[in-house]
Design a binder for this molecule. Structure first.
Ligand code: GLN
Length: 258
């Protein structure tokens, strides 16, 4: 248990606790950058982000004790290895989601929270079955959804374009509440109009990138959500200077969505 930090006025510093799942197995295309962005944007506002890691063989975590759970992408092989371990926590994870813990799940992790993932050879990797979508890889292994992607989404009250990078063979079906509408790239399936899965406290998406560095609005949605849930108060996040981020976004959007 870390000591509580004090803020400049001597008050107790706000603290958000994040659980980083399988960092040694699920980390593609800068997924860890999402945690770094959360930490950076919290520290700028005097909030301390505590990061715990869990992987196979570690002491079982209690998911309900966290504010955020993060898991990144991984290849079929890693998904096969860890799915059995993950499923041991099914009830605890379900409980945490129902209690409002925020889950940010990228690509391979997104797939594992659904019913199953069926690989190119027809091998089935069981999922947590927490959400009722399922994923099947295209039989032709040379066909993958690869490249930059831009989606339109409404998060909280804000409408925004979300930019990312996708690389998946899996095609995800049966999504009733997508993360956004595709305006450039593929999405849940080849040339799909929808991307990801969303509910108030869950963002599950194919967008690597890392997602949050390219989309500060999404990072702030998560931070605000966690603060309001934990401290039971309407929190107004002070604005950060995102001039640089916004210039990058503008440049990317202009080059993709001509
Ligand atoms: N193995 C999955 C697929 O190819 C996930 C890949 C990923 O996480 N980028 O569909």
């Amino acid at each position: 248990m870390g000591a509580h930090l004090a803020n400049k006025r001597g008050g107790r510093m706000k603290e958000i606790k994040l659980l980083y799942l399988y960092p040694d197995m699920l980390e593609l295309y800068g997924d860890y950058g999402n945690i770094q962005v959360l930490k950076y944007r919290m520290e700028k506002r005097g909030i301390n982000l505590i990061i715990d890691k869990y992987s196979i063989g570690d002491k079982a975590p209690d998911f309900c004790l966290y504010d955020i759970v993060f898991a990144g992408g991984g290849a079929d092989n890693e998904q096969t290895i860890l799915s059995e371990d993950l499923i041991r926590y099914k009830d605890n994870i379900k409980d945490a989601i129902n209690k409002g813990v925020f889950f940010l799940l990228i690509c391979g992790a997104y797939q594992l929270f659904g019913k199953y993932y069926k690989g190119v050879e027809g091998n089935v990797i069981p999922g947590l079955e927490i959400f009722d979508y399922y994923t099947e890889a295209i039989e032709d292994r040379t066909k993958r959804c690869i490249g930059n992607i831009v989606i339109n989404t409404k998060i909280g009250e804000t409408e925004t374009k979300v930019i990312g990078f996708e690389n998946h063979g899996g095609q995800t079906y049966n999504i009733k509440t997508p993360f956004g509408k595709v305006i450039y790239g593929n999405g849940n399936k080849f040339e799909d109009s929808e991307e990801g899965f969303f509910k108030k406290n869950v963002i599950a998406t194919y967008l690597h990138g890392p997602l949050l560095s390219k989309n500060p609005v999404i990072a702030d949605y998560i931070i605000k959500y966690c603060l309001e849930r934990k401290y039971n108060e309407k929190s107004m996040l002070n604005e950060l200077d995102d001039t640089f981020e916004n210039k990058c976004r503008e440049q990317l959007i202009n080059s993709f969505c001509k």
